[in-house]
Ligand binder design. Structure first.
Ligand code: ZN
Length: 556
């Protein structure tokens, strides 16, 4: 591609409406533009990056015999979809349709056309397509898009043993893909019950939190990390509860300052709605509620925290909610069991109770692990200190077993003619997330440093003086030769200053820069690698072999 008539837009300034560094760089370097929150376009350079990622994925999918299909992005909306974040709309005939956040149901449907007997299994299908989600938090740039590209793959096996083999093959394929993308991933467990693992790129700009033990190999998504409590039973004198006036106090922090006590002495009370029924959840003051754990506990997806407006309308004073005399089911975190002479809301505006004791002053219907893992929590496996790290989830693999085949009635007949459910595995990679994570991991203050297999072009030829016909002629010939050899090359033949050209080539992260200038007369061009400050003069008669050698050896 010749830059003089290419669609090439770079910016000097950081985009103002973007907070993620990698996405800022992608916009500055003209790889993507933002259309609206959570919605981006890939420009020619960025699209080449995306295509290169797709090629790497396709190659590894081929290697494990997975076959590519292409599904529609929309389907009929059903009532059971109401809690998902899927977009839905009415068509001209008043049919409600949805845009898929995952095409799982289509893959199961497709498999049903083939699967009759055990002889029809095993196989693996995949697609690389758009998915859509009405994402609430879109402040993470390319990491959280409303419309995003994914690899979505499913394996279909007759039994657990077959699924284990498929899962392990895919696990290794994912490892290879991420390594080719230049991404170090931490594999963390997620989801209780079913085996599921996430590939997380540890990054301070990640939208996920993961727990990693400092001693053993335990690593888990924070939402799935079990918290273990070491309770030391103390001989305590339980006092009688008292109501006290607390003017101006509304939050746990206010209360802890007003009474000069640690937040761990305060009972945090949260009203929750489970399958449209109000309940109360109790935690130690400094803890956060883990909604995912509540969903598992109540075996439903329908767990929400009502809005302040909804609660105030019911006469509930948010900020003063407490469990005493509450006539609804109370679920308390295991840590609450060991609290004594605690402080809690009185359900009366401006008043709190002190010296409150669980089991004495109020009844707990159920104790369970419902808090989010925090800095005080210990590794559930070895009880050592655990770190909480931020990560970008780039891949996720699940052993679905027969859960979805039951939902979609995907069955086969076995050797003795009995009906069995198909064992499925599900595997996904977020392509936009990969783009963002690669840039996050590989950049400097000049711009992006793409791994050679991802770079939009491998070589950039810069003509120092565009008016020098000898330089121009040689550069054009070299450009054509490299492209003929299959080395994707751009020719910077713009009428710009050399400073602008160098800055742009650095910004867009092209691995090899060849500058054609004054030394051409004596038979030399200058070669510089993006990952190295030094430049070298290379004789023009060996430039082609030198470029091929540098491409093979380029490591970032
Ligand atoms: Zn541990």
């Amino acid at each position: 591609m010749k830059l003089s008539n290419g669609f090439f837009i770079t910016r000097r300034e950081n985009p103002k409406d973007e907070s993620i560094l990698a996405t800022k760089l992608l916009i500055k370097s003209g790889m993507v533009i933002k259309n609206t929150n959570g919605v981006y376009s890939y420009l020619p350079m960025g699209l080449r990056v995306l295509k290169n990622i797709k090629n790497i994925i396709r190659k590894e999918m081929d290697n494990i015999n997975a076959e590519e299909v292409l599904m529609p992005v929309m389907s009929k909306y059903s009532e059971s979809d109401f809690l998902t974040e899927e977009f839905n709309f009415l068509d001209r005939d008043n049919n409600r349709l949805k845009l898929f956040s995952s095409a799982r149901e289509l893959f199961s449907y497709l498999a049903s056309f083939k699967v009759r007997s055990y002889k029809d299994l095993h196989f693996t299908l995949y697609q690389i397509n758009h998915n859509f989600r009405d994402e609430e938090h879109v402040e993470y740039g390319l990491v959280r898009k409303k419309e995003f590209y994914t690899l979505e793959s499913y394996s279909f096996d007759s039994d657990e043993g077959g699924l284990d083999v498929s899962y392990d093959k895919m696990f290794l394929a994912f490892k290879k893909i991420f390594s080719k993308l230049g991404l170090d991933t931490l594999v963390v467990r997620s989801s209780e019950g079913l085996l599921s693992e996430e590939f997380q790129v540890i990054s301070k700009e990640g939208d996920n939190k993961v727990v990693k033990c400092t001693r053993c190999s335990y690593a888990c998504n924070i939402e799935d990390a079990t918290t273990s409590t070491i309770t030391t039973v103390k001989e305590v004198v339980q006092k009688n509860k008292e109501i006290i006036k607390t003017p101006g106090v509304k939050t746990i922090r206010d209360l802890s300052e007003y009474l000069d006590i640690f937040p761990s002495r305060i009972l945090k009370t949260i009203v929750i709605k489970v399958d449209n029924k109000y309940k109360m959840a109790l935690l130690k003051g400094e803890s956060e509620l883990n909604i995912k754990k509540l969903k598992l506990l109540f075996k439903t997806n329908n767990v929400v925290i009502p809005t302040t407006y909804e609660l105030e309308k019911m006469g509930i004073h948010t900020g003063y909610v407490g469990p005493i005399d509450a006539e609804i089911e109370i679920i308390a975190d295991n840590e609450v069991k060991s609290m004594f002479n605690a402080v809690c809301g009185s359900n009366k505006k401006g008043y709190y109770y002190i010296n409150v004791n669980p089991g004495v002053d109020f009844k707990v219907n159920r104790y369970a692990d419902v808090k989010l893992f925090d800095s005080n929590s210990l590794c559930p496996r070895c009880k050592s200190k655990a770190e909480i790290l931020k990560g970008i989830e780039v891949g996720h693999i699940f052993k679905l077993e027969t859960n979805y085949s039951k939902e979609y009635n995907l069955k086969y007949t076995d050797e003795i003619n009995e009906e069995q459910y198909v064992h499925m595995g599900s595997y996904g990679i977020g392509l936009d997330r990969c783009v963002d994570a690669i840039v996050e991991k590989h950049h400097d203050d000049k711009g992006i440093i793409w791994p050679v297999d991802i770079a939009p072009y491998k070589v950039a030829i810069v003509i120092l003086n565009i008016d020098d016909s000898e330089s121009f002629k040689y550069a054009k010939k070299l450009y054509e030769k490299l492209n003929d050899l299959g080395v994707d090359t751009i020719l910077d033949d713009r009428k710009e200053s050399v400073g602008v050209k160098f800055n742009d080539i650095d910004l867009i992260g092209i691995p090899i820069r060849i500058t054609v200038g004054r030394k051409l007369e004596s038979g030399y061009v200058e070669l510089k690698l993006r990952n190295n400050e030094k430049s070298t003069d290379i004789k023009i008669d060996v430039i082609l072999s030198k470029v091929l050698e540098e491409i093979n050896n380029y490591v970032i």
